[in-house]
Design a protein around this ligand. Structure first.
Ligand code: MG
Length: 344
């Protein structure tokens, strides 16, 4: 199997600001795996705060090539992907790009999209939320109006109670759509977090992602018992082995391909989460339509989708999943259902 990759920089439509950072681009890697005349597409999106870089991904691909080059049977996902995972710790986005490309290859070879291979019903794709980043009231109003096609808004909070309340009130001047809140670990005191959640519950907020720092387990459990809104783990849950730990601390988990190494593990995480009675949200980084379309294939299995990553970038080189009636619908084309539209 031939492995090719190139560096790609995602240009964001708006500066993306969360409680801990702000940026206008996201470094990425676009990967192609070719075998038997078929090319599978994959992508690694690497927001800097997660620690991977284009250089670390290139180094990881060089190691992965020693496994993939001699591979004659890309159908052996259960052999190949654990071996890729075992090459080095971390590197979850680089691993995800290989997982996505292999899934794309297999689906293309079988001439079927993955939602069909998994036996999923496209009618069960949930609504996707559209992220309104932290910004000035004027820009928040503009972004909220831009989100016209989406029926759930997602808001990043965690800059202090006054700023957080202003942001919510600004959005409520423009729309009464349901809002999901992501605090990105930005609230420090559990009592203040509870007070804020109670305030948000009265303003049409539907759930809260990662209210407290991920290491604050006791405070999170305290909050989980009292909160009027579901709490969803994001930073606290990266991979399969973290799912069981979330039970009792959270009501649900946010799964992202870039942090869990891809579709194979994401599918298992959903199964384990359900066994613990947890809700599941499927999220993303800023990503092209390649990784978003891969995630969309899984989305009939989850309660909430947050797959707006490709909508937030200005230079998407792929066409794939499409927005229909506020949902990011997986394509019926084979594999992950993407076409490259920009040569590079
Ligand atoms: Mg989050």
């Amino acid at each position: 199997m031939k492995l090719r990759f190139h560096l790609y920089t995602l240009e964001l439509r708006h500066a993306f600001t969360i409680a801990t950072s702000s940026r206008t681009t996201t470094p990425a890697m676009l990967l192609e795996l070719e075998h038997d005349g078929i090319t599978g597409h994959g992508e690694a999106s690497m927001p800097p705060y997660l620690g991977e870089t284009q250089a670390s991904a290139a180094a990881f691909f060089a190691r992965a090539e020693t496994l993939l080059a001699p591979c004659r049977d890309p159908f052996l996902l259960e052999e190949i992907l654990p071996a890729i995972d075992a090459l080095a710790p971390g590197n979850t986005a680089a691993k995800a790009s290989i997982d996505i490309a292999l899934h794309d290859w297999v689906g293309k070879k079988l001439a079927a999209p993955w939602h069909r291979l998994w036996g999923l019903d496209r009618a069960k794709v949930p609504l996707t939320s559209y992220t309104i980043g932290i910004d000035t009231p004027e820009m928040v109003r503009k972004k909220t109006e831009e989100a016209g096609a989406y029926r759930i808004l997602k808001v990043k909070l965690g800059r202090g109670a006054a700023a957080d309340r202003t942001l919510i009130e600004t959005i409520r001047e423009v729309t009464d759509k349901p809002i999901s809140v992501d605090a990105n670990q930005g609230w420090n005191e559990r009592e203040q977090a509870l007070e804020m959640i109670e305030w948000l519950a009265e303003r049409g907020v539907i759930f809260i992602e990662q209210p407290l720092p991920k290491e604050r387990l006791e405070d999170t459990a305290w909050l989980c018992e009292r909160t009027p809104l579901p709490l969803i783990a994001d930073e606290s849950v990266q991979r399969l082995g973290d799912v069981a730990k979330a039970a009792g601390l959270f009501h649900g988990i946010n799964i992202k391909l870039m942090k869990c190494t891809g579709l194979r593990e994401a599918h298992r995480m959903i199964t384990v989460a359900r066994a613990f009675g947890l809700k599941v949200m499927l999220g993303c980084m800023t990503e092209t339509s390649c990784a978003i379309s891969a995630a969309a294939q899984l989305s009939p299995l989850v309660d909430w989708a947050d797959l707006d990553g490709a909508l937030l970038i200005a230079n998407d080189p792929f066409r794939g999943a499409t927005v229909e009636d506020g949902k990011v619908m997986p394509s019926d084309a084979p594999g992950i259902g993407v076409k490259k539209i920009r040569a590079k």
